[in-house]
Write a protein of this length. Structure first.
Length: 213
């Protein structure tokens, strides 16, 4: 299981120091919010680029923005290893996903809890990552919505049936109580913000999530 601590839950006054505490993780999840697609603002490519040398693992960038194409090159240049866009945006997504892949970066697609899973179908063949939102995107620290489990199961069934090769990631309210069920449903990546950053022993929480089975 890949664990991706979500930087949104870190102390923004000491990001470099907080990143040091989660170096045991394979990925770092970076939530970009534009105050339009979601009612919150976070950080953009400039901050991501400056943080890049301080984490050994992969940068998993989650774009909760209405116009993901506008700054795509800036996120590629910032050192993203995966870039995930939302299926709900108005832009044509296929050219965007192809541009991400062409740059040698994993292309991901995500959806809000209220969006039908079938909306992803046109993109499943091309994507490297499907990010299932298990909370309404915009804020950390919300309660896990268990409907995500059936979505993960369905994505696993589709992957097997069509020989797709995306990773299944889950984002929102992930903790030590639901990690085992998420693993059993078929999640490959657990994004976890508050449950990791509120812990005194963050490395122990990362390892416990990693070994959920
Ligand atoms: C929510 C973000 C999540 C968030 C998860 O819009 O996409 O990545 O940081 O935080 P927790 O784990 O606290 O729910
Ligand atoms: Zn996220």
């Amino acid at each position: 299981m890949i664990v991706a601590p979500s930087l949104l839950a870190a102390n923004f006054a000491q990001l470099q120091a907080d990143i040091e505490t989660i170096q045991a993780a394979q990925w770092l999840h970076l939530d970009v919010m534009d105050g339009h697609f979601v009612p919150n603002l976070s950080f953009g490519p400039g901050v991501i680029k400056q943080l890049r040398p301080h984490f050994h693992g992969a940068f998993d960038v989650h774009l909760m923005v209405s116009n993901p194409g506008d700054l795509l090159n800036a996120y590629l240049d910032a050192g993203a290893d995966a870039i995930t866009v939302h299926v709900e945006v108005d832009e044509p997504l296929e050219p965007l996903l192809k541009a991400i892949k062409k740059a040698g970066v994993k292309a991901g697609i995500s959806l809000k809890p209220g969006t039908a899973l079938t909306a992803l179908e046109p993109y499943l063949e091309v994507v490297d990552l499907v990010l299932v939102m298990s909370v309404e995107p915009g804020f950390g620290g919300q309660a896990f919505q268990p409907e995500a489990l059936t979505r993960i199961e369905q994505l696993k069934i589709w992957r097997q049936a069509h020989a797709y090769d995306y990773l299944i990631s889950v984002d929102g309210g992930v903790d030590l109580n639901n990690a085992q069920a998420l693993k059993q449903a078929g999640a490959d990546v657990l994004v976890a913000g508050s449950t990791i950053f509120k812990a005194t022993d963050r490395q122990a929480v990362i390892e416990a999530l990693e070994h959920a089975r």
